[in-house]
Design a protein around this ligand. Structure first.
Ligand code: PEP
Length: 230
């Protein structure tokens, strides 16, 4: 199983150093840390597996504020999250830009966690499969079932809200995604030590993308231990 810590805009280099020094991932699980850009080098030095939180499609050029795959590789970063719902919601990310970022990162040898997920409105109006279908097809067209591609199913209504999908909802969405694109699928959305067993023990759930509960060494370690025990 893969358990990834998305720190979002938290933890500068100092806090990253402290976390990395204290964090001991258990055997039997792959733990990935995704700090903000300014803390990537510090996290890489710690010898943990490190992903960025985004990556641009061009190798270099006039794209102020962006970071390229070759730059991440030079730093020793192993992969990147792309298409997180916060990027889609606040920064204009579209299925097309997510697909371009994904394809470029994979071409340059990085691993990718590509995020998909429906909003509450979309779920309640019966459009979950339609939305997921469009998001996943964009990735399938751009990358296919690439060996370094992982999808994170993150229902937008469950991110940072304390609400989680039920294990059945997660199972159903993961199975639907895998029919369209046969890659591992992580669940994301308020995963905590208290709910990790029920979510991670579902068939079709290949790990988790964890936001809030990844900020403390104790809670992130507890989720990793749960994954290792399954
Ligand atoms: C996320 O941001 O990817 C996430 C799943 O956040 P949280 O665990 O806080 O819901």
């Amino acid at each position: 199983m893969l358990i990834a810590a998305n720190w979002k805009m938290s933890k500068g280099p100092g806090e990253t150093r402290d976390f990395c020094a204290a964090f001991r991932p258990p055997d039997g699980v792959e733990a990935v840390l995704c700090p903000p850009y300014v803390s990537l080098a510090t996290a890489v030095e710690s010898a943990h597996t490190v992903f960025a939180q985004n990556v641009h499609w061009a190798a270099e050029g006039a794209y102020t504020g962006e970071i390229s795959a070759p730059m991440l590789q030079e730093l020793g970063v192993a992969g990147a999250i792309v298409g997180h719902s916060e990027r889609r919601q606040y920064f204009g990310e579209t299925d097309e830009t997510v697909a371009r970022r994904t394809a470029a990162a994979l071409e340059h040898g990085l691993r990718v966690i590509a995020c998909v997920g429906e909003s509450l409105e979309e779920r309640e109006s019966g459009q979950m499969q339609l939305v997921l279908g469009v998001q996943v097809e964009a990735l399938a067209d751009a990358a296919g079932p690439h060996e370094r591609l992982v999808i994170a199913y993150e229902p937008v209504w469950a991110i940072g809200t304390g609400k989680t999908a039920t294990p059945e909802q997660a199972h159903e969405a993961h199975a639907f995604i895998k029919k369209l694109l046969d890659v591992p699928v992580l669940y994301g959305g308020s995963v905590k030590p208290e709910n990790a067993v029920e979510l991670l023990s579902q068939g079709e759930v290949d790990g988790a993308l964890v936001g809030g509960a990844s900020l403390e060494v104790e809670s992130f370690t507890a989720i990793c231990q749960t994954a290792a025990s399954l």
